[in-house]
Design a protein. Sequence first.
Length: 678
Amino acid sequence: MALVLLVSNLRLMIENFKKYGVLICLSCHDYRRQDVIYGSILYFLVPCHLFVAYIIEYAAAQQARAAVARTESKPTQSAKSGQKHKELQSINTTWHMIALAHGVNASMNLAIATYVVYYHIYHPGIGTLCELHAIIVWLKTCSYAFTNRDLRHAMLNPSNESVPEIYKTCPYPQNITLGNLCYFWWAPTLVYQPAYPRTSHIRWWFVAKRAFEVVGLSIVIWIASAQYAVPLLQNSLGGMSTLDLTSILERLMKLSTISVFCWLAGFFAVFQSFLNGLSEVMRFGDREFYGDWWNSSSLRTYWTSWNKPVFHFMKRHIYSPLISRGVPPLLAQLTTFLFSAVLHELLVGVPTHNIIGVAFAGMIFQLPLIAITEPLSRMTSINGKLVGNLIFWVSFCLVGQPLAALLYFFAWQAKYGSTPPHAESGYALASPGRMHNHVHQNTGRMVSKPFHTRIEDILKHFHSLCPPLTRRHPRSSEQISRLGELVLRSLPFQKSPTSSNHKNDDHHRPPRIRVRHPLPRPYILQANPFMKSYVIATLGLTFINSLWHGMRIGRFRKAAKIPYPTPYADSATLSAAASDDQKLALHRFNCAQRAHGNFLENSGTAVAAMIVAGVRFPLLTAACGLGWNLGRIVYAAGYTSSPLGSGAGRLRGSFFWLFQAGLLGLTFATGASVLGFF
């Protein structure tokens, strides 16, 4: 049987080579320089949201630690109980703001990355990597926030079974450190724990073998996709456009083989090679990344075994909390699949710039399949499990992935054709597919128009592509159009070969051109909407920072029993304090007030500098603004944690002056740029 399969596949490979030749080309790529730039920026900026979550958790841990210390300082058990009740009431109001800050931070991570990938990264491969990275960091950020929330609750309400045994090796809040967060950032898991099982040493030979497997399988997937999958998808466009069901079914059956092959190779490369290699480098002990999903007798078994990191996240943070709150299991399962369906649509629809709901519908369709196959898996006879496994493989190989790939490829070709949109200086001008492509009369495949036809199309649509430029600079646009017409007449165009023996006519790739639109300096605000979004996000963080300062003052005012609107506790009030705890509360109130006053003194300058400098240097401005906000948080937290009669703790956050000076320098540089000095 194995020999028959080998010979059959060799015959198909020879037939493919005779029909299409070698389609693999190292120098032929479809990505733009802008795709690589935006992808690199996202790769480095997306993890910053994980460190923002650390800052939020650090502030929450400091508050919880202070609450426990004040409770333990009471001499009697009844006094401790009363103090504990008072502290919990005070903390609960602040924790709503902590939850809001975590929600805003995580949402900004996913929203900004999704916006950039959808509107500014054309290549679906680069877009998929960026979107996948953003989703992984988003899931890790959510798990970090949820788990530390539970650990805070367990610390304030201790019991013998409140935390697992392994957590006691790194009790809360000792786990709130940068080293602990960085390990979780790189660990091959989506569920946060203060401590993980670790191995004793790194086997570098094991890492080298896993790296070799990842590289080798990646090359195999690329060759299989370019040589076999792409021609099948291109040849299916005629049947899709005319809804020829026979042709579509034939293409699906052909595509199912290469689809399953690429998927299995990708699965092995990621879950067996990459994650195990990364686990070895991180000395990560728990390496059960998948189960024997290929033997699944029901769809439920498949979804709980093929991707264990995602399954553990869904169970730990979505399904189990819903069950513990009394939600029926069926409704909890539906909610979990809805959440997963949205993530699948983001992961597939956003990089392909076609949110058509196929991935979402595919995930929702799993629920009735689970209802059908679950009773079969419970049968004692082998026939029921065999039928369930057969249903799984049919839905997986024939109806699932090949059909989804076909629909998304058809939507991509209908929107873009085979040519990426023109983009210069941050502009993504999505050209319709009909401008660059047409359907071949004989084969029904989508092929590119000749070079001179594309030139004429671009000249015809020049005014519609750039209406702001043509309105503000009509003479410039007329000159560019005349220049384009002169270039069109002077180019030595050659007619496309029409003889029947020209086999590669359908695969003709005309050279691409770029229309560079001059942008005057006053319109530089329009140049980089992605970069500006980070500046706007930093300004929003400054507003949240101000609210946080105000809420701290209210909490310290209440603890010190200072009536509003008294701004500070004077020396007479401090001297009349009945106990050291009361003096410490008055001191902390004064420090919080002064920290807020210092924030207000400097925030106006910082915000104005962010607005101005963000015009010309959005990325540097966002980085300086983020550093300034972090410095202000450390400044305020250190101020209130200073010993009685001292405010030296505020010096920990004095590094915010460096970022404020940077913002001031960027502001002057923006003015010099607008004036034309550089």
